[in-house]
Write a protein that binds this ligand. Structure first.
Ligand code: HBI
Length: 357
């Protein structure tokens, strides 16, 4: 067990923790804090005011929220509102840096990457999405050149989108396994989980379920209402299939009884936490071989990887899903995606940085 470290984690500026606006980052931050504190490290989180993170103390910082990056174009300008919470978070970090052995950035924004060289305490960056725009790519590549080893990502596929994959530590993800109950005897239905938004490709899952003549249970935040309306117009069952955006306890009650999870990402999914939620319930994953799921699914054992955007490939996988082993799915979640495994991966990454300075 290495010596306990004093860690400052800086959250995403797009919304207070607990609002859901931070998407996967909220889960990652919560899991990381719990795992690292269990290993004896002192963890402080700084986040926009109004944040709450279970029993983890949060330094709340005021200021205007940052517009989200994933809705802007590749050549979007770097923008900051007046009194930006992003700027205020990093002024706090600069003022408090002597109290910490390491500062970890979880914002997908230009400023923290640019500031890296101006800090005495080392700053590490956990990058939470694939490449989205040129200014961010350049800031990430600059850190890769000047401070190799200071970048972390969920998956290698995600890191490769920045063209400097070798400069990244690959850290994968995790879930609180005790919140997911194994189910050996599912019903007929398939599951689809995620934000209902074009980049998630729900139409392909609906079409495949129709062709395979099996029901589909849809769970997740209804993010794009006009897109959903188009789906309901095209698939008469869609509205009946939609079960809403459920908290983990209720979500896994539905998920665990499904024959498989279907993942149809149109973009490079940085990780795809829903895949490990399914595995934890013993539910095999049928996924387009694109991004995170391609590094999670063990072909023919814990699911099937399908040629991206091939609906017939999905149907073929649905037909042979019973060849997969539901016990192997749960075992894979326990081996690779526990909170302890995640904290150990992050701790080893931090030691390579602290040890180097
Ligand atoms: N946009 N500008 C910005 N900054 C973030 O940190 C950010 C974002 N959009 C989405 C997001 N973070 C998270 O939901 C994903 O990283 C998971």
């Amino acid at each position: 067990m290495p010596s306990p470290r004093r860690l400052l984690l800086i959250s995403t500026p797009v919304g207070p923790l607990g609002s859901g606006l931070g998407g996967g980052v909220e889960l990652t931050l919560l899991n990381l804090c719990q795992g690292l504190r269990a290993r004896g490290h002192q963890v402080t989180v700084a986040a926009p005011e109004g944040s709450s993170l279970a029993d983890v103390p949060v330094v709340e910082v005021s200021g205007q929220l940052q517009p989200t990056a994933h809705t802007q174009g590749r050549n979007a300008l770097v923008t900051l509102p007046a009194d930006s919470v992003l700027g205020n978070l990093w002024r706090y970090a600069q003022q408090q840096q002597e109290q910490f052995d390491l500062i970890v950035n979880l914002a997908y924004d230009w400023l923290p990457f640019y500031l890296t060289e101006f800090f005495d305490t080392p700053v590490a960056h956990f990058v939470t999405m694939g490449s989205l725009n040129d200014a961010m790519d350049e800031a990430i590549q600059q850190v890769a050149r000047q401070f190799p080893g200071r970048l972390g990502a969920y998956t290698r596929t995600q890191a490769e989108t920045f063209g400097v994959a070798d400069a990244f530590a690959i850290l994968s993800s995790a879930i609180a396994l005790e919140q997911y109950d194994f189910c050996a005897t599912p019903g007929e239905a398939l599951a689809w989980l995620g934000r209902i938004s074009p980049e998630k490709g729900l139409e392909d899952a609906l079409e495949a379920a129709e062709m395979a003549q099996v029901p589909l249970k849809i769970l997740g935040k209804l993010e794009d209402a006009s897109y959903w309306q188009q789906l309901c117009d095209r698939f008469p069952h869609a509205a009946d299939y939609y079960l809403g955006f459920l908290p983990t306890r209720e979500l896994q009650q539905v998920l665990r009884q499904c024959r498989a999870l279907v993942m149809t990402p149109r973009w490079i999914e940085a990780f795809g936490n829903v895949a490990i939620e399914a595995l934890a319930c013993g539910v095999p994953v049928i996924a387009y071989a694109r991004g995170g799921p391609a590094e999670i699914v063990q072909q023919g054992k814990t699911g099937w990887l399908v040629e991206p955007d091939s609906v017939s490939g999905l149907v073929e996988a649905i037909r042979k899903i019973d060849q997969c082993d539901r016990h192997a799915c749960r075992r894979q979640a326990e081996t690779d995606y526990s909170l302890e495994a995640l904290a150990l991966r992050f701790e080893q990454w931090f030691e390579t940085i602290i040890g180097r300075t």
